[in-house]
Each structure stands twice: as structure tokens, then as C-alpha cells.
Design a protein around this ligand. Structure first.
Ligand code: 0O2
Length: 211
């Protein structure tokens, strides 16, 4: 079976564009209210055809099962400042009416053997096409800036070494993952102190009157 990739990927491209706008809109809402935003920035991509084909071979996925079996053809990434923000984002996504969560994978509490940490959510998202609605799967990865830093570097090294890291590099990556985790913990502790101080100083302050 020969695939027409442009036609096949069109709804995925639409989903990625729409979801990027929606997630960035969430950030704006928090900012407009003058609140701490749990979303620092958002990226998205449609998996390149070569990567889809490589994964089809590796996982032995037949073309007619591609839509159901490959959940990350549409991929969104939400970056947060703090680990607590990740769980707030997850909760917001659970409440949304325009998408349905079909699976959650918590690689924060259960880090991958590589040291990888992130919260993955598989959603079913309806795209409106000229001939009707099509529900597609998308993977939303929610992570801190620190987790993203580590994952970006590890991912690019993976390309260089094709997943077969020399043991010294493997060990250094593990250590770096641990350092990234420590950084997140320190930042969370500082955040709590800042919030505590803000509560103390705002006590008795007259709030802004609405216009
Ligand atoms: P991309 O688009 O280049 O990031 P699999 O895809 O077979 O590895 P599965 O079960 O389909 O695994 O999905 P999983 O593990 O929930 O998520 C896969 C995606 O998570 C990967 O996509 C990465 O984006 C990210 N990921 C998972 N493990 C690691 C890791 O050890 N290091 C890094 N840097 N990222 C990881 P792809 O397929 O790599 O594509």
C-alpha cells in the first residue's frame, strides 16, 4: 500500500496548529489576570515522514493501523517553570471539553532508564475537515524547563550515537538528569518561600479596584 503522506498528514498539521494556539491562549489568560502562568512556552510538530517510517518498521505497524497505533504523529510540548505547574496543566487539560484524554504516562514519578522525565498525555482531538469531523490522536509532553534542557541535549546526542552511548557519556547523562531533578526541587523550594513572603507582604494591602 502506497501512502499519500501529504493527504494523510494534513489533519495532523491542523491539529498541531490549533492546539498550539489554544495552549498559548491559556498562557495569555493567566498573564492577563496578573497570575503566575503554569505555561512558560509551547512548541509543536508533526512527526517527519522518515521518523514515522522508521517507527513503523521498529514497532511493526501496518499502514492501515498507523492512525490508531502511532500516538505521537501530532506532538505538542508544554514547558513549565516548576514541577507543580506540570500537574496544574494536566488538571486543566483533564477539564477541557474540546479534547479527551485517552492515556497518561507519568515519567516524572517513574523516570525512564535513560533519566528522561516528562508527563505524557495522549489526547483524542476532533479536527473539522471539509468532509466532516476527524478525531486524531496527539501526544502532549508536559515538562519543566530543566527537564526540557536535559531531553533536548540527550535527544541530539542520541542522533549522533544512534542510541548506543559510550558508557562514560551514559553515566554523565544520568548525572546530568539527577542534577536537573535537583534543580527543579531547589526551584520549587524557593517558589514556596517566595509565595510565603508574598502572602506576608500583601497582608493588609488594598487590592486594585476594578474600573
Ligand atoms: P521525537 O518527535 O523526535 O521526540 P517510543 O516512541 O517507541 O520511544 P512510546 O511508548 O511510543 O515510545 O512513547 P513514549 O516513550 O511515551 O514517548 C516517546 C517520546 O517521548 C519520544 O519521541 C521523545 O520525544 C520522548 N522521549 C521518551 N524517552 C526519551 C528519552 O529517553 N530521551 C529523550 N530525549 N526523549 C525521550 P520520539 O519518538 O523520540 O520522537
Amino acid at each position: 500500500m502506497t501512502m499519500n503522506w501529504d493527504t494523510f498528514l494534513l489533519p495532523y498539521e491542523q491539529a498541531v496548529s490549533e492546539l498550539k494556539i489554544k495552549f498559548r491562549g491559556m498562557r495569555k489568560e493567566f498573564q492577563q489576570r496578573g497570575e503566575h502562568t503554569p505555561i512558560e512556552f509551547v512548541t509543536g510538530r508533526v512527526k517527519p515522514v522518515a521518523s514515522i517510517q522508521e517507527k513503523m518498521q521498529r514497532r511493526v505497524i501496518e499502514p492501515d493501523l498507523l492512525e490508531a497505533d502511532m500516538q505521537d504523529i501530532a506532538g505538542l510540548r508544554i514547558m513549565c517553570q516548576f514541577v507543580e505547574d506540570i500537574y496544574q496543566v494536566v488538571e486543566i487539560l483533564r477539564q477541557r471539553k474540546d479534547m479527551e484524554i485517552v492515556e497518561e504516562r507519568d515519567y516524572i514519578t517513574n523516570k525512564k532508564p535513560s533519566g528522561y522525565r516528562s508527563y505524557h498525555i495522549i489526547i483524542e482531538y476532533p479536527v473539522q475537515l471539509s468532509d466532516g469531523e476527524k478525531k486524531i490522536l496527539a501526544e502532549v509532553q508536559v515538562r519543566t524547563l530543566s527537564m526540557n534542557f536535559w531531553a533536548t541535549i540527550e535527544h541530539s546526542l542520541n542522533y549522533k550515537y544512534q542510541g548506543e552511548f559510550p558508557s562514560e557519556i551514559q553515566q554523565r547523562l544520568q548525572k546530568a538528569a539527577e542534577a536537573a531533578f535537583q534543580l527543579d526541587q531547589e526551584m520549587s523550594a524557593i517558589r514556596e518561600e517566595i509565595q510565603e513572603a508574598q502572602r506576608f507582604f500583601s497582608y493588609g494591602k488594598v487590592p486594585n479596584q476594578p474600573i
